[in-house]
Design a protein around this ligand. Structure first.
Ligand code: FES
Ligand SMILES: [Fe+2]
Length: 460
């Protein structure tokens, strides 16, 4: 018995691909306001983008043990991400197969089964229907696979980061990540043991389209303007002029930092070449936080200068933004996830990360490093993200000017030798260019146009 169910267009609706002229809406230097404001385009995105490509779901460290689960979404689909009783990670649809209610109403927990709160149908955590109240009332065979929970047919992990797709034709995850995977490796491997544990989150919700956040994820053009108050605060408190994102001020495009587009909508902004390569080079960039000076003095006393600064660098925010289309960023030491709610509402969730030191390389410093990481991780979401979400909301309002139709993204376009395409197909440009956005909207357009081979899966 096959457990895959192919998904066609919704009954009696035109397929989304027939609704619009996508080449008109997404041009080389501009996009039409409708892609941010039209509810029908949003609905199509939930399948063509959030079902058609690899979408970030969760981190393995959030479900470390058998029977652990968390509830998340894939586009608008409610999911239960579970490590089942046999250790298999699954993304179950959090939707009872009886009359459709949300099955599990907890954020997280540990359970071998889920009982529907409406009429009591009970499902094992591998998705199989286990039993129903008063089964003698059913003539149908409840062992039929169609009563088992739907599941995302493909869930894969890249070094702990879990992604899912409904698209049976999508490349394997590692191939899809391509040239961005080694950058994720570097982000992980700067920590002893090469892994992190995900912590609780700072949660923001803004009244704007989800793409406004992804369009900003590699944007080096706005920093000196939108985050001016943060830059001034960081540098005023520190007494010098080289803290936080200070390198965006004078002439950011002449510095060693750059952006690289790696394909499939993915890109990163690498600010690491700006750093001094020495123990403490990253720590020196950290803006003043309460308690920092006393931790620093204590580390020097305990470990000596050189070792102390190498340890303190593990608490510093890694200066690289790694963005995996459509909903995932590694930003400093955070995982940021964009979660669409409607055409003009989005959750922007910032998960902190902790260093884990299974081999004991960090000794008793690990607890202090993680305490300091919490301080450095609180800084940007509280003092920087507020600037960004204010921009997103104001863009959404601006786009209500119906007759003024175009959004431009042509910074860097047409200037000889500024945007470079390399032999491996990746594209680099100076830090303030909008090349990353021109490229990821092409991927968006490709997905919106394509006929996708989508499916869901059920246990037989
Ligand atoms: S809707 Fe779940 S048991 Fe009825
Ligand atoms: Fe920003």
């Amino acid at each position: 018995m096959t457990t895959l169910e192919r998904i066609g267009p919704a009954p009696s609706r035109l397929g989304a691909t027939a609704l619009y002229d996508w080449d008109y809406l997404v041009q080389e230097d501009r996009v039409h306001r409708l892609i941010y404001t039209d509810p029908a385009i949003f609905e199509a995105e939930m399948t063509h983008v959030f079902g058609g490509t690899w979408t970030y779901l969760a981190h393995e460290s959030e479900i470390p043990n058998e029977n652990d689960f968390i509830t998340r979404r894939l586009g608008l689909r409610p999911l239960i991400i579970v490590r089942d009783m046999n250790g298999t990670i699954r993304a179950l649809y959090n939707r009872c197969t009886h009359r459709g209610t949300t099955l599990c109403r907890w954020d997280k927990g540990n359970s071998k089964s889920f009982q529907c709160p409406y009429h009591g149908w009970n499902f094992l955590n591998n998705g199989k229907l286990r039993g129903v109240p008063w089964p003698e009332g059913y003539a149908a065979d409840l062992r039929d696979a169609k009563y088992n929970l739907a599941q995302v047919p493909r869930v894969e992990s890249y070094r702990g980061f879990l992604f899912g797709t409904l698209n049976m034709d999508a490349l394997p995850l590692r191939e899809h990540l391509g040239a961005i995977a080694p950058v994720i490796d570097e982000w992980l491997d700067r920590n002893p043991g090469g892994k992190v544990v995900v912590c609780e989150a700072n949660r923001f919700k803004y009244k704007g389209n989800w793409k406004l956040a992804y369009d900003n994820s590699c944007d080096g053009y706005h920093v000196a303007y939108s985050h001016r108050s943060l830059l001034e605060t960081e540098n005023r408190m520190a007494g010098d002029n080289a803290k936080g994102m200070a390198y965006y001020r004078d002439s950011p495009d002449t510095l060693a930092m750059y952006m690289r587009y790696t394909g499939h909508g993915n890109h990163y902004k690498d600010k690491r070449p700006n750093l001094e390569k020495r123990p403490g080079g990253l720590w020196a960039l950290e803006a003043a936080q309460p308690g920092m000076a006393s931790y620093e003095a204590d580390f020097i006393r305990r470990y000596g200068r050189e070792r102390a600064y190498a340890l303190l660098d593990l608490a510093g925010s890694e200066p690289v933004n790694i963005n995996v289309f459509p909903n995932f960023s590694l930003l400093g030491n955070h995982i940021q996830v964009f979660e669409p709610i409607s055409v003009n509402e989005t959750n922007a969730i910032w998960y902190g990360t902790m260093v884990v030191d299974d081999a004991g390389e960090l000794g008793d410093a690990v607890t202090d490093i993680n305490a300091l990481r919490m301080r450095t991780q609180e800084a940007f979401p509280n003092f920087g993200e507020v600037d960004d979400v204010a921009n997103f909301e104001q863009v959404q309002r601006g786009l209500m000017a119906i007759e003024d139709e175009w959004v431009y993204m042509h910074r860097g376009l047409g200037i000889p030798d500024r945007v470079k395409t390399h032999a491996d197909g990746t594209i680099t440009a100076p830090a303030t260019d909008e090349a990353f956005m021109r490229e990821h909207v092409k991927e968006w357009k490709r997905l919106m146009k394509s006929r996708l081979n989508l499916a869901i899966r059920r246990e037989p």
